[in-house]
Design a protein. Sequence first.
Length: 209
Amino acid sequence: MTEHEKMLNGKIYDPFTENMEQERTRAHLLCRQYNDTLETDSETRGAILDALVPDHAPDVYLQGPIHFDFGVNTSIGKGSYANCGFTVLDEGRVTIGENVFIGPHVSMLTAIHPLCWQDRNSFLNTQTGNVTNLEYTRPITVEDNCWIAANVTICGGVTIGAGSVIGAGSVVTRDIPANCIAAGNPCRVIRPITAADRLSEHPELFADG
């Protein structure tokens, strides 16, 4: 495997070979350009997003500021939206489905470092002879029609099932099933979403209710 293949397949890899530093720098510069571009300049923003995250539907909207480590390792489905402060460390694959609502300051983090400091602090690159960081990844998947509320952190290796809602401030470390409300640190299922949650069941929320 190449180092890129190791990175995307959850194997230990060297993050400082095969132009990875240049790829991250490219993504960071594109993020800066996107963040510095007025929201009213949708044409320029669209072109930057095309270069940064090529695998996205045409009607995706990212409020900004945004931060991606690679961009090219992320896919975003149609109708999805992210509010301000969206951070994606997409060393591993990040898959965001259709009509996903992402609140302010949400982080999706695929990179994983070893638990033992001896492993974190030193790794000999046999090709270059340099000592570098030891790292591996786990993918993140957010299925269609989810709502990820403000200040949620989604860790590598997690799948959030279709239609689920993740409460504000949650840290998601394990898979969340479809069509439920989950919250907390660590994030846990609170209850399923039912027909009783439909707005039609709560006329008091409407001005003429």
